[in-house]
Design a protein around this ligand. Structure first.
Ligand code: FAD
Ligand code: MLT
Ligand code: ZN
Length: 462
């Protein structure tokens, strides 16, 4: 019987069927979706993952891989049937090697992102992937979602940081693609298939990552901005003046900012009066804030901002970033707003914000818009909160109207309906409407080729 075989493979510490212990693994971070599992297994090695996958493949039982379960689209939780095996990578949390001279690191998939940042720091190296969930998300989940975060503007998304992957394929075969080469044109770049595939094409068990020279303590500034388009112009100005020394550049709308003040106890605004928009930025320009002060003074004169605070210490910078990183938590506390994790070309961002607000005001005047995001990447979290109420047919239809309105606008502006969170379960229904038939068929062909029995995370993405 499968359950007994799985228990044998992973040993007594490697499985859970107890309802209480399973609970945190069955509900996604925002509580939007809850599933059930036949069993949760916690393998401790690649060989154990491979044996689990082989056993499930032979038994015709589906597997849902789970990292830190911080994903935003219900990709890491099983369906409601209770027939799927949840495969949690958390016990595979070893850093296999760090090579400072090669600026590379090899780690198992279950390593917590902030632990890897720290491991790099101990060798005076920098691993730039950084996001609000970094204290609990895992590198395997980051790679499988092609996570973005705050430093994409300078270092790229997770995809740009991966040099190699080790993957267990749908029949249990292990592909050892761990290499730290910067150049390799010998055939197709297979690792790219698994990055961002949300556990539907293979289980990532280890990754080789790029490291960078330590840029030192960033200079952090928090700005009041009159309109969102000034943020785009300000970014261009600062990139020019600081010789591309911008490391993070985040836009925060007034509603998002107010939510944080209201719901996160120690989040305190450094400004006396409110603004419609704010920008939080980090620069990597060395220890002196002087070049940033000069560039911001020019921007103030040009009307690109109305006020600025530059952090005087690491602790103060930490407090400013806490304001930004708490937005997701503050949103979670007010309920289950409609999240739209979109991107448009940066030049279209202001037009998107204006047209979106106008169309939503016409269609759902009762809705509140919570807008923030990674403006330097053209990525906005364009979230819409409807007044509280039971999810009856009328409200569900209203939600669908809102999301369609947002996604239609994204399409008009040649954008994407998912910039960094992925598709998972929650956006799967939308993908068919916003990807071309050719793209969808190519995706299906890849899924059929790599997972012909639909064992890996079925029902997600495609
Ligand atoms: P999970 O949620 O466990 O899984 C995500 C998907 O990957 C699922 O489909 C799962 O099946 C699959 N998966 C997980 N591990 C593996 C594996 N080893 N092999 C194969 N498939 C696997 N995301 C951003 O991109 N940018 C942000 O700025 C950002 N900020 C966030 C802030 C907060 C406060 C929170 C809670 C989340 C944030 N996220 C952000 C979303 C989330 O943290 C990322 O998507 C993250 O990469 C998910 O990692 P995880 O380990 O939690 O993956
Ligand atoms: C963020 O940028 O804070 C995240 O992607 C999380 C979110 O969208 O809530
Ligand atoms: Zn984000």
């Amino acid at each position: 019987m499968l359950i007994e075989r799985l228990k044998q493979i992973v040993g007594p510490k490697g499985w859970q069927t107890d309802a209480e212990a399973l609970e945190p693994h069955l509900t996604e971070w925002r509580g939007v979706h809850r599933g059930n599992a036949l069993i949760a297994v916690f393998p401790a090695s690649t060989q154990e993952v491979a044996a689990v996958v082989e056993a499930c493949h032979e038994a015709g039982v589906a597997i849902v891989p789970q990292g830190g379960n911080t994903g935003m689209c219900a990709g890491a939780v099983p369906d409601a049937s209770g027939s799927q095996v949840l495969l949690c990578l958390s016990r595979m949390n070893a850093v296999r090697s760090i090579d400072p001279a090669d600026f590379s690191l090899v780690a198992e998939a279950g390593c917590i992102l902030s632990d890897l940042q720290e491991a790099a720091r101990e060798h005076r190296r920098f691993f730039p992937l950084s996001l609000g969930g970094e204290g609990s998300c895992q590198i395997g989940g980051n790679v499988s979602t092609n996570a973005g975060g705050i430093n994409v503007i300078r270092y790229g998304t997770a995809r740009d940081l991966v040099l190699g992957v080790e993957v267990v394929l749908a029949d249990g075969t292990v592909w050892d693609g761990i290499r730290t080469l910067r150049k390799d044109t010998a055939g197709y770049d297979l690792k790219q298939l698994f990055i961002g595939s949300e556990g539907t094409l293979g289980i990532v068990t280890a990754v080789a990552l790029k490291l960078f020279p330590d840029p030192g303590q960033a200079t952090t500034a928090f700005l009041r901005i009159p309109t969102a388009d000034r943020a785009v112009r300000l970014l261009a100005h600062l990139r020019r003046e600081l010789e591309d020394g911008i490391q993070a550049f985040e836009l925060i709308g007034a509603t998002a900012y107010e939510l944080v003040q209201e719901h996160i106890p120690d989040a305190v605004s450094p400004f006396d009066s409110p603004s419609d928009w704010y920008v939080l930025l980090d620069t990597a320009i060395g220890p002196s804030p002087e070049p940033l002060e000069r560039a911001l003074a020019q921007a103030l004169e040009a009307g690109l901002l109305t006020d600025a605070v530059i952090a005087k210490s690491e602790a103060e910078a930490g407090r400013l970033w806490r304001l930004r990183h708490s937005i997701a938590e503050a949103e979670r506390r007010i309920g289950k707003g409609l999240k739209h994790d979109i991107s448009v070309p940066i030049g279209s961002m202001q037009a998107f914000i204006e047209a979106g607000a106008a169309r939503l005001a016409d269609t759902v005047p009762e809705a509140t818009l919570v807008v923030f995001g990674h403006v330097g990447d053209g990525n906005l979290h364009y979230n819409v909160v409807l007044p509280d109420g039971p999810d009856d047919d009328e409200r569900l239809a209203r939600k669908e109207t809102v999301s369609r309105l947002v996604y239609d606008l994204v399409r008009e502006m040649n954008g994407s309906i998912s910039a960094e969170h992925g598709v998972g379960l929650l956006k799967r229904g939308w993908l068919g409407d916003y990807k071309s038939a050719t793209e969808l068929e190519l995706m299906r062909a890849l899924k059929r080729a790599l997972d012909p029995t639909n064992t890996l995370n079925p029902g997600k993405v495609i």
